[in-house]
Design a protein around this ligand. Structure first.
Ligand SMILES: NC(=O)c1ccc[n+]([C@@H]2O[C@H](COP(=O)([O-])OP(=O)(O)OC[C@H]3O[C@@H](n4cnc5c(N)ncnc54)[C@H](O)[C@@H]3O)[C@@H](O)[C@H]2O)c1
Length: 387
């Protein structure tokens, strides 16, 4: 029997647009979905940009006008893969039009907009998801299972780092990710947001934080075109960097665990070093996105002569998600986190089941980001706003 079609509109069609397009195309090829995802329309900043993406990724129709797209009666899901300062206006309009929404992270650039987005989707009663895609790496999901089964025991420590190196060159231009009014923050909202999501997912709510943020290179060449969202061509004129290059903070969890979180775009050699370690009363677990198919574990209950960290390769069918891809050790990677995310979101919609992380999680994440920003100004411990 033909499955119910679910028409998707994608807004934004570069890096994340490519990842999300691939996810909708591949999800039904690997998973037996309850609905048929239809790549109906892709929207760019211009229609020409959308046409390029449609030809490459297989979208049926194109648009250069997101407002027209989110109000189309034939659209079921709006997928937002645009810069952070556009998330709120698109998501709120989409919620008012009754669409289910998957929005890229961070949810927004500030708490006011993030809460307005959460209120809009909750009022409209539509399914909503924030694309903290790394949760859906099989190794991360296995870590969650081990924690829930009590294999790690009581958690004492979470030690998270998300390190990159792409702006060490002072000549690298002022792309949107380095502009506060577009991005909200720098490495902090871009990278630490993922680590905060892991911390909340695996350990629990964050009670208070204290930290520092720094901008090492305060001026950079402006973009050759002031509205350039696509390239990164430097002009002769310099402009101010208005976001952090790095953030570091201490975390006290509500359950008594202690954590540290570090994000930076200035760690030469670290390309996408998204790593965390959790230490509990019965064992430890370590995950690193750069070795995504592996989970390091240490179990204190092992016989003393066999104790030691060991590496589980999570490609076997006994691990979450992986049975649907390839035989054991035929590894999967980055794009599969988005395929798994698309699958879970489509299932949540079709079966009317909760989806996590949702916009409420996105707001709680934003509250932690902002608490660190406040702490960085005052040096005090700050409690994230209660949601
Ligand atoms: N989940 C992840 O791991 C991850 C990774 C990278 C980026 N992101 C997030 O994804 C979002 C997009 O990042 P990106 O790297 O894809 O950016 P990008 O600059 O590569 O692409 C942005 C896209 O949005 C389009 N756009 C901008 N304004 C628009 C408008 N008003 N209407 C229609 N289209 C518009 C641009 O033309 C472009 O197609 C950001 O929120 C970012 O933080 C998430």
């Amino acid at each position: 029997m033909a499955k119910k079609p679910m028409n998707i509109a994608l807004i934004g069609c570069q890096f994340m647009g490519k990842a999300h397009s691939n996810a909708y195309r591949q999800a039904p090829r690997f998973f037996d979905l309850p609905v048929d995802p239809v790549m109906k329309v892709v929207c760019g900043i211009t229609k020409e940009e959308a046409e390029g993406a449609a030809a490459k990724y297989g979208w049926q129709e194109t648009s250069g006008d997101w407002e027209e797209v989110v109000n189309r009666p034939d659209i079921d899901i709006v997928d937002i893969a645009t810069p952070n300062n556009t998330h709120a206006m698109i998501a709120i309009a989409a919620a008012k039009a009754g669409k289910h929404i998957l929005c890229e992270k961070p949810l927004s650039t500030n708490m006011r907009d993030a809460k307005a987005m959460m209120d809009a989707v909750e009022k409209a009663g539509v399914k909503n998801a924030v694309s903290f895609c790394y949760r859906r790496a099989p190794a991360a999901t296995l870590a969650k299972q081990l924690i829930e089964e009590g294999k790690i025991g009581q958690i004492y420590h979470f030690r998270g780092q998300y390190l990159q190196d792409w702006i060490v060159d002072p000549k690298f231009p002022l792309v949107w990710r380095l502009q506060k009014e577009v991005a909200g923050s720098g490495a902090h909202g871009d990278l630490a947001a993922h680590t905060i999501d892991f911390a909340r997912y695996l350990v629990g709510e964050i009670a208070d934080v204290t930290g520092v943020m720094e901008t090492f290179i305060k001026q950079r060449p402006k973009l050759a075109k002031s509205d350039d969202r696509l390239g990164g061509v430097a002009s002769e004129e310099m402009g101010e960097v208005t976001v952090d290059d790095a953030s570091m903070f201490l975390v006290r969890f509500a359950n008594g665990a202690l954590g540290t979180i570090e994000s930076s775009r200035f760690c030469l050699g670290r390309k996408n070093y998204n790593r965390w370690e959790i230490n509990g009363s019965k064992g430890s677990i370590v995950f690193n996105v750069e070795r995504m198919d592996e989970l390091e574990v240490y179990f204190h209950d092992d016989p003393p002569n066999l104790r030691g960290f060991r590496t589980i390769q999570v490609t076997d069918s006994c691990h979450p998600y992986t049975g649907n891809y390839w035989p054991a050790a035929h590894i999967i990677g980055y794009e599969h986190t988005f395929i798994n995310q698309a699958k879970d979101f489509l299932e949540a919609i079709a079966n009317d089941k909760p989806y996590s992380p949702d916009f409420r999680d996105g707001v709680r994440n934003q509250a932690v980001l902002e608490a660190v920003e406040k702490s960085s100004e005052t040096g005090a411990w700050v409690k994230p706003e209660a949601i």
